[in-house]
Design a protein around this ligand. Structure first.
Ligand SMILES: [Ca+2]
Ligand SMILES: [Ca+2]
Ligand SMILES: [Ca+2]
Ligand SMILES: [Ca+2]
Length: 215
């Protein structure tokens, strides 16, 4: 029985993945922080440099930024990939005490101050910059937050940073890019591409029927 189920579900999964790969499209939104030509001042009290914003854990009006998704309101958003380019974020520690440890947070549904349990949270690591973070239905489920569902529902992807090191800390955020994967508009799929998939699917069912009879 287990083998039969695997045959059927395996065929179904292959069909779905192939169609998703053929139909998904990516929309990229970018911010290049700093004061030079084409650079963005994200506001707040954090200091702007030529090509970065210096984010401080001592700032009264902490950095945050929002990617507006309203232009994608009629599209089905499948995932977000947030790529951050940064420096001087650590992590650093003395013995077992963190002196600097910055985390990116993507806002969940509760936007009141300090409500972070519904946010996507991940640590920054200088050695891995630029880092890409995937926020989707799977990350919502894995982390028990609702950053993906909330961003889609709000038409806005908002992110900010906190530091958990005990020293006063700053780090340089050079840029942020949001790659939004959307399901493509419904369009006719060319028959030659579809036919082998359908035949493979029927083949799976035929195998199932044969096995059932044999059993
Ligand atoms: Ca630092
Ligand atoms: Ca929140
Ligand atoms: Ca700190
Ligand atoms: Ca920059």
């Amino acid at each position: 029985m287990t083998n039969i189920l695997e045959t059927v579900s395996g065929g179904a999964v292959a069909l779905v993945l192939t169609m998703a790969a053929a139909q998904a499209a990516t929309v990229s939104l970018e911010r290049d922080y700093g004061t030079g030509a084409g650079k963005v001042d994200p506001g707040g009290n954090d200091a702007l440099r030529t090509d970065a914003v210096m984010i401080s854990d001592q700032s009264d009006s902490r950095f945050s930024d929002v990617f507006d998704l309203t232009s994608l309101a009629d599209r089905t958003i499948e995932s977000f990939d947030l790529t951050l380019t940064f420096a001087k974020a650590g992590p650093e520690k003395i013995f077992n005490f963190a002196t600097e440890a910055w985390f990116v947070r993507v806002q969940g549904s509760d936007r009141s101050a300090g409500a972070v349990s519904d946010d996507f949270i991940a640590m920054l690591d200088d050695a891995q910059s630029p880092m890409t973070f995937r926020i989707d239905a799977q990350s919502d489920a894995n982390n028990q937050d609702d950053a993906f569902a909330s961003s889609v529902a709000n038409g806005a992807f908002e992110f900010w940073f906190t530091d958990e090191g005990f020293l006063p800390n700053t780090f340089a955020l050079d840029s942020a890019r949001l790659d939004v994967t959307v399901a493509d508009e419904i369009s006719p799929v060319p028959l030659p591409a579809t036919l082998p998939l359908l035949l493979a699917g029927f083949g799976g069912f035929a195998a199932l029927r044969r096995r059932t009879r044999a059993a």
